[in-house]
Design a binder for this molecule. Sequence first.
Ligand SMILES: [Zn+2]
Length: 211
Amino acid sequence: MSSKRSPISAQSHTHILKNILISGIICSPMKKPEKMILEKDNPILRRKSVEVPISEISSAKIQGILKEMAESLSTQPDGVAIAAPQLGYPLRIFIVSKKVLNEAQENGNRALHSNIVFINPRILKLSKETQLMEEGCLSVRWLYGKVRRACRATVVGYNEKGEKITRGASALLAQIFQHEVDHLEGILFIDKAKDLREILPNYGKIGEKLI
Ligand SMILES: [Zn+2]
């Protein structure tokens, strides 16, 4: 039998190759667009999120969601934390940006932090002492308001490797813990805020931290 290709099959082979090359040219340089952050009227933000089974934490699906969350957060210069429902996933996950930890680090501690991931977080303790704190949210642009938050909070949950973690915090980090756990319950800060006002970015409020 001859291995010589007929002119027709050679032509179809060229055609297939051409298609692969064209789609390669079209697809390869394009970065997957970041997931849109849902806005306040989206019903997913009002759902109670469900727990992630611990055995699923290492799955490609959950690891992919964690990556999407970190990428979305990194595109928001004023964003310091994000919860999974804000990207349309009603799962009990939130991420705190390394920016918060690196800015808050004490003198002499030069170690650079990475983002903290909390899966199935639960507030273990809240201080009796509370304060009114200025708050904004990536899903509620451009409203700001004052929310009464516990000054200190302790959260227990799992990290991205499925290891159990407990973390106590005060000030901004404690505020973030409470705001993010609210997201997982379908609560937005505007439900609790006093003195709500709209401050558009061109009115000089750039740099306000959004959570
Ligand atoms: Zn928020």
